[in-house]
Design a protein around this ligand. Structure first.
Ligand SMILES: Cc1ncc(COP(=O)(O)O)c(C=O)c1O
Length: 407
């Protein structure tokens, strides 16, 4: 590439998202010697619970860990009957993130993949219905992803679960700040996972957590995140009497991992969750600019109707773009690459086509059964929508897309 053709503006998929006050908060935390999980994590958990309208929020070191902890808590609760048993089937969308799928498999449940709605990328409940009727596995749970900032209708999910007697858990790692039917995304579920990885709506560098309204589940999640011990539980004192010959500070009541967050992560989260509304406004503005620029071209922003009809339901993590043909999708990707606009597949594309899955599940899943997931993988891609993009970057992104879509 000669000097002339090197683009002056670049549009990455994500930016750091940190502001001066976030960095100051981290430095103050380090200077206070607060390193491992403590008061700041508790404060962030309270802020998150209030923001989401949840009874409890349990912070962890990533969204992936949050998914793992949810599955563990359903299989081996410290109180009451397990909600899931090994071998039970869990409905999962064919376009997914790997660590929504892996905990299900790793902890002995059966993934049952379901095609997605090609317009919304959400799990398609008609296909889910079909899977329930035709699967040889006893399906006991559904684990939908709220994709790219778009909340799934909680009442539709709850009705579906009531009809089929399913446990509802939600992966909301991409959809902080989206609301539908009066609830934050995922809050109609027994448990909902969140991620604060650096490309997300708020960032704690790495980080995540689980929201739930179920105190017993929240207590188990607190044990699971910290080696299985009882210390951080609301019912810690009751456990002390159970086993007199065990030191109460080293009393382990559940299976566990070490998936705790650090104080500096919480310090980053506290400031950002207070500013999140302005971030989401900016993201909606970027989505509007792109949707407008693409009118009349061979490209379109998926779900852009929410900008007009249901703004709150979409917090726009990244922008999913659909090309009217496979050829246009390919030429657009090349043109954007040359223009310095980063792109990527929609999540992982059709996850059932990943070699890791076929290697581990042997030939149980045929990727070609997921026609819509394949269609989305071939026709669609994502560009960035970060709230820290400058006006110049937003205009450049919109123009680059418009030019590519016109060719
Ligand atoms: C849908 C979904 N689930 C889970 C995760 C995992 O989150 P983390 O990167 O915090 O582990 C991601 C990551 O972006 C995701 O998109």
């Amino acid at each position: 590439m000669d000097q002339e053709s090197i683009p002056k503006i670049r549009v990455p998929l994500a930016s750091s998202g940190l502001e001066k006050e976030d960095i100051d908060a981290v430095l103050a935390t380090l200077r206070s010697n607060a390193l491992t999980m403590g008061a700041r994590v508790r404060e962030f958990e309270e802020e998150m619970a209030t923001y989401l309208g949840a009874e409890h929020f349990v912070m962890m070191n990533s969204g992936s860990s949050a998914n793992l902890a949810i599955i563990e808590s359903l299989l081996r609760p410290t109180r009451g009957e397990p909600r899931l048993m090994p071998g039970d089937g869990v409905l999962l969308p064919a376009i997914a993130w790997p660590t929504t799928i892996w905990p299900v498999i790793q902890l002995g449940l059966q993934p049952v993949f379901v095609d997605i709605d090609p317009e919304t990328i959400m799990i398609d409940l008609h296909s889910a219905e079909y899977a329930i009727r035709n699967s040889r596995t006893q399906i006991r749970a559904i684990f939908p992803i709220h994709p790219l900032g778009h909340a799934i209708d909680p009442h539709e999910l709850q009705d579906f679960c009531a009809r089929h007697d399913l446990v509802l858990i939600s992966d909301v790692c991409e959809a902080l700040g989206s609301w539908r039917g009066g609830l934050h995304a995922g809050m109609g579920s027994l448990a909902a996972s969140f991620s604060f990885y650096f490309s997300h709506h708020i960032t704690t560098m790495e980080g995540g957590g689980v929201a739930t309204n179920d105190l017993a589940l929240a207590d188990d999640l607190r044990s699971i995140r910290s080696h299985g011990w009882s210390r951080d539980r609301s019912d810690a004192k009751q456990w002390t009497g159970v086993s007199n010959d065990v030191n109460s500070r080293f009393l382990f009541v559940s299976a566990g991992y070490n998936i705790r967050p650090m104080e500096i992560q919480a310090a980053l989260g506290i400031g950002q969750i207070r500013r999140i509304d302005s971030y989401i406004d900016r993201r909606r503005h970027i989505a509007s600019c792109v949707a407008k620029a693409l009118r009349g071209s061979g490209l379109r922003l998926l779900c852009s109707d929410t900008l007009e009809f249901d703004r709150n339901s979409h917090s726009w993590m990244l922008l999913p773009i659909r090309a009217e043909s496979k050829e246009l999708a390919q030429s657009t990707l090349l043109a954007l690459h040359n223009a310095g606009v980063e792109t990527r597949p929609i999540l992982t594309g059709n996850f059932t086509a990943q070699p890791s899955l076929s290697r581990i599940l042997k030939s149980q899943v045929n990727p070609r059964d997921f026609v819509q997931a394949d269609f989305v993988s071939e026709s669609s891609f994502m560009v960035g929508c970060h709230h820290h993009f400058t006006d110049e970057q937003v205009q450049y992104l919109a123009e680059s897309l418009k030019n590519a879509g016109a060719s």
